[in-house]
Ligand binder design. Structure first.
Ligand code: NAP
Length: 252
């Protein structure tokens, strides 16, 4: 996948899709900067990557903080000499209730974690990539940012994930001349802690919404992230790539 010695930031690397992508990128030879809030989980993922011959540095923090976005970039530059790519993947669902029952605090928190964090990441990462002469940024959106899919109580989450798609298109357009590609990845229901992993009833409900009648495993989403981060996707920018087991196809 042309990722050998590429330096890539991954947020949400302590769990689920981010951890699976970190391991795949590590196997592909990338040098990784792993972010999330939970230090022990991050260290465990980094240690698994290093045991397989990969290279990974960790920096715990909260993606809602502007200083954290900047610190991840600084670590990439100081430790590995520059920044080639970023998988801005950290996210949360929040309260799954209709807006009539949703607190303003939940709305703000969901938008801050899922969308404002993307603005902060792009603001910190793009200058470093301009310095490098090229780059690839991938944001994890969701099928829910594109079509509801039959999940209840998704208003704040859907707004944040649809907002990401709009942000991606503007970033791609603004920075194409600097050879920086920016794309959104839209997973379908995926077996992770956020996706209800371990709860048979939730997983059966979500799986059943998909035409393929199953949820994704995180490594299937990682495959698409690797593609978008690699030079194989050299003509792909501003896209919203659905990797969703067809859940959007039947509803549009
Ligand atoms: P997950 O296993 O719960 O992982 C979420 C990750 O985000 C964790 O590593 C968590 O780390 C990190 N995170 C959350 N809030 C953070 C914050 N404020 N600061 C820093 N890190 C934070 O869930 P996942 O399914 O892999 O989710 C990854 C992405 O995929 C999310 O953006 C999610 O919206 C999206 N997605 C998931 C599905 C699905 O069905 N699973 C479907 C479509 C899209 P810490 O707790 O250690 O901070």
């Amino acid at each position: 996948m042309d990722l050998k010695n590429r330096t890539i930031i991954i947020t949400g690397a302590s769990s689920g899709i981010g951890a699976a992508t970190a391991k795949s990128l590590g196997r592909a030879g990338a040098r990784l900067v792993l972010g999330a809030r939970r230090t022990e989980q991050l260290k465990e993922i980094a240690s698994q990557i290093c045991q397989q011959g990969g290279v990974a540095a960790v920096l715990p923090g909260d993606v809602e903080d502007e200083g954290y976005a900047e610190a991840l970039v600084k670590l990439a530059e100081n430790e590995f000499g520059g920044l080639d790519g970023a998988f801005n993947n950290a996210g949360m669902v929040g309260d799954m209730v209709p807006v009539t029952e949703m607190s303003l605090a939940n709305w703000h928190k969901t938008l801050a974690t899922n969308l404002t964090s993307a603005f902060l990441a792009a603001k910190a990462q793009i200058p470093a990539m301009m310095h490098r002469g090229k780059g690839s940024i991938v944001f994890t959106s969701s099928f829910v940012g594109y079509s509801n899919g039959g999940l209840p109580g998704m208003s704040a989450y859907a707004a944040s994930k649809a907002g990401l798609i709009g942000l991606v298109k503007s970033l791609a357009s603004d920075h194409a001349a600097s050879a920086i590609r920016v794309n959104a990845l839209l997973p379908g229901g995926t077996i992770t802690p956020m996706g209800g992993e371990g709860d048979a009833e939730i997983m059966a409900f979500v799986a059943n919404l998909h035409p393929v009648k199953r949820m994704a495993v995180a490594s299937e989403i990682a495959e698409a992230a690797l593609f978008l981060l690699s030079d194989r996707a050299s003509f792909v920018t501003g896209s919203a790539m659905l990797v969703d087991g067809g859940i959007s196809a039947r509803l549009i």
